[in-house]
Design a protein around this ligand. Structure first.
Ligand code: F0G
Length: 352
């Protein structure tokens, strides 16, 4: 079997690269599309549910698909440094790919609202990490201004190459499933990924690789739902820190994706997110971070509302790995029990 070359080489004909583009890759992509029969059983057994497990990318989130493109193009353009604002995953990915490319990385994250794993990734890859005493939207505004006036490439998803790379998620779903799903469910934060998936599906259809387009269904956390509420949220709040965003950069394109695909956007509460988070881990053996669980929470809510027709095929993008956020996992599960090193004491705990 040929080794997976990473998303740029795999989907070169669909991407704005040339022979002169130095490809910066960690062999991202080719993530598993896992059937979820227990989830179907728990919601509507007539549904075919598949989980696109993006947490299995090199840095543990879907951001690597966009970062391989952004970093390759930055290097091609002669850039020496990159900058981003992030709720965590973008900064982890930017730090790793910048290290790979030999570029300096500056990342800005909201203080107190970034999961531990993500922070540790940015740090160990050698990025300069700034914690802003504010939120993601404020940090993004600052790095955008800096990138306009200083010799540093912005690698947030407002960098057009990011979404180009991320659209390969849709290509893979079609390659793995043999068709597009009837519905594609996805969490929405800065709204880049929903935009990228829709672009990917449309391009694949145009290229004759699939026929029917899916309907895109986005989910925001109830305390951070600017698109759903149609207003900027000044102080977004949610346990799913990855999507704690009040003024998404790709707001307009996301609305278009929802409209063009005859899809919709909905909200899920933190309680629903945490329930889905535990369900996914316990029933399907898949540990994804809370923002990803928002999609599963959305599935449960939507099935209850009767919005999917019987027998439909659904793909859920699970955007980031559970290990990114160990604190939330430990807070959401029962704590380990300490025992002395003695068989009787251990047996007393096991109830066998
Ligand atoms: N899920 C995870 C795990 C994320 O990290 C993000 C975004 C999203 C979903 C939402 O995707 O922004 O394209 O709508 N994280 C960004 C970051 C904002 O900085 O890591 P989106």
């Amino acid at each position: 079997m040929k080794a997976w070359p990473g998303v740029i080489e795999q989907y070169r004909e669909f991407l704005p690269v040339s022979d002169r583009t130095p490809i910066v890759t960690l062999r991202e992509g080719n993530t598993p599309l896992v059937p979820a029969p227990r989830l179907a059983e728990a919601t509507d057994p007539s549904l075919s549910i598949y989980l696109k497990c993006e947490g299995f990318n090199p840095t543990g989130s879907f951001k690597d698909r966009g970062m391989t493109m952004a970093m390759s193009k930055a290097l091609e353009a002669g850039s020496r440094a990159v900058i981003c604002a992030s709720t965590g995953n973008t900064s982890a990915s930017a730090a790793a790919y910048a290290a790979r490319a030999g570029l300096k990385a500056f990342v800005m994250v909201p203080k107190g609202a970034i999961a531990l794993g993500k922070l540790s990734q940015a740090a160990i890859h050698g990025a300069k990490v700034l914690m802003v005493d504010g939120n993601f939207d404020q940090a993004l505004s600052i790095v955008r201004q800096i990138s306009e006036t200083h010799p540093v490439t912005l690698v947030n998803s407002v960098n057009p190459f990011r979404l180009e790379g991320q659209k390969t998620g849709a290509f893979e779903v079609v390659d793995q499933l043999g068709r597009a799903p009837d519905y594609h469910l996805i969490p929405v934060g800065n709204a880049g990924n929903i935009t990228a998936y829709w672009r990917g599906y449309r391009e694949y259809q145009r290229a004759g690789r699939m026929s029917e387009l899916p309907r895109m269904v986005g989910f925001q956390a109830a305390g951070a739902a600017p698109i759903y509420e149609n207003r900027v949220i000044e102080e977004p709040r949610t346990v799913a820190t990855a999507i704690k965003i009040g003024n998404p950069a790709s707001w307009g394109p996301a609305l278009e994706a929802l409209k063009d695909s005859k899809g919709w956007i909905d909200i899920v509460t933190d309680e629903e997110i945490l329930q889905a988070y535990r369900l996914l881990a316990r029933e399907e053996g898949i540990f994804m971070e809370p923002a990803s669980a928002a999609t599963v929470a959305g599935l449960i809510k939507t099935v209850k509302a009767g919005r999917f027709e019987s027998g439909a095929t659904l793909v859920l993008t699970l955007t980031g790995h559970g290990l990114k956020d160990p604190d939330t996992a430990l807070e959401s599960a029962s704590r380990p029990t300490t025992v002395p090193p003695a068989i009787d004491a251990v047996l007393a705990q096991l109830g066998l």
